[in-house]
Design a protein around this ligand. Structure first.
Ligand SMILES: [Zn+2]
Length: 130
């Protein structure tokens, strides 16, 4: 039995090679819960993609982007501001989920700390590193 809360333990649990337990420490006794709803567990820990919450389908997005002319134009900054539109119809409700997908799909490092907003319509603005 290992202690941890990571993707590897989730995958072992999915493969049936291990089970996930949660320990609720108490003063007199500790309660041990078997986590049987792996789906909910994975969503809660951001392991499994949650389309409803993030507004993003689990597919390769059809991303159209252009440099944001109102953004920071400091040539020494490793970041550029870009205006992103998702032609595939997804919308960005959760920037960190979007950032993770863009890293996988495009190799972008998307800044998730501030510096983003969405305008009306299907477009959003993200700060990214191309
Ligand atoms: Zn999409």
């Amino acid at each position: 039995m290992t202690h941890g809360n990571d993707r590897a333990s989730y995958e072992r649990a999915m493969a049936g090679t291990s089970r996930l337990f949660a320990v609720w420490p108490g003063e007199w006794s500790s309660h041990l819960f078997v986590i049987d709803d792996l789906n909910e567990y994975a969503k809660a820990h951001g392991i499994k993609h949650d389309e409803e919450r993030t507004g993003l389908k689990d597919h390769v997005h059809d991303v159209r982007w252009e440099k944001d002319s109102y953004g920071n134009d400091n040539p020494r900054s490793p970041y550029i501001s870009i205006r992103v539109s998702l032609e595939c119809g997804c919308s960005i409700h959760d920037l960190s989920a979007f950032a993770a997908q863009m890293k996988d799909q495009q190799g972008w490092v998307v800044a998730t700390s501030g510096g983003w907003g969405s305008s009306s319509g299907p477009e959003g603005t993200a700060t990214g590193q191309a």
